[in-house]
Design a protein around this ligand. Structure first.
Ligand code: SAM
Length: 209
């Protein structure tokens, strides 16, 4: 793997949510600078582009699950999305995000457990850069689907190593076989250019009545 900052290397080998949150607390104020100066991070822009094929951004109510410091919110705003909520488990990341003013509502939530959000309230849910190492477990995809309305879109990236070494694809298959959601796209996208890494991008359309 190519160039990473030391803290990013630690984040990728972290084993627990608690240890990850401690690292994120140290990283939050430098995260934007790291990403902008060294990563060449295309996940947020690829997500905006991927979604633009399926979602009319104006008027859409979007949840950015694992919003970090708001790269996805900024990308979606530039694509005419105006009603974006953000959730993340790291309070310091949420504080950085609040400074940008792109999210209507921000809340601290653990994405690995049931979300305190009603079923089917969002037109679109994004989850970018969070299905990776010790971050968000594959089963959490079920909750992303649950909070999305019928015919709404769920768009997530899965770091290639996580795709290979977790059971994400099995969770995805179960959702598709249960006809809870239909697979609109599953493709490889460039991810962090300094690492030469790629991710899988998954786009689902929710079918549940
Ligand atoms: C690599 S950052 C990606 C942030 C943003 N989506 C982006 O693309 O820049 C991963 C984010 O996932 C959050 N995260 C990790 N585990 C989480 C969990 N269990 N619940 C909610 N957020 C979590 C971290 O706090 C961090 O902000």
């Amino acid at each position: 793997m190519g160039k990473q900052t030391a803290i990013h290397e630690q984040v990728l080998i972290t084993q627990s949510t608690q240890a990850l949150m401690e690292l994120d607390a140290k990283w939050a104020s430098d995260y934007d600078r790291n990403v902008n100066e060294t990563w060449g991070y295309s996940g947020p822009d690829r997500t905006r582009y991927g979604l633009s094929k399926y979602l009319e951004p104006e008027g859409a109510r979007v949840l950015d699950a694992g919003c970090g410091t708001s790269f996805v919110g900024v990308a979606l705003s530039s694509g005419r999305c105006r009603q974006i909520d953000g959730v993340d488990y790291s309070q310091p990341m949420l504080r950085e995000t609040a400074k940008k003013g792109v999210y209507q509502h921000l809340e601290r939530m653990n994405l690995n457990i049931a979300l305190p959000i009603d079923t089917g309230v969002y037109d679109d849910v994004t989850c970018v850069g969070t299905f990776t190492s010790a971050h968000v477990v594959p089963e959490a995809l079920n909750e992303r689907v649950r909070v999305t309305r019928t015919d709404g879109i769920v768009c997530c990236t899965v770091r290639e190593e996580s795709w290979q070494h977790t059971y994400f694809s099995e969770v995805l298959d179960r959702i598709i076989r249960a006809e809870t959601a239909k697979l609109l796209a599953l493709c490889e996208e460039p991810y962090v250019h300094s690492e030469h890494s790629i991710c899988k991008m998954v786009v689902l359309q929710v079918e549940r009545p």
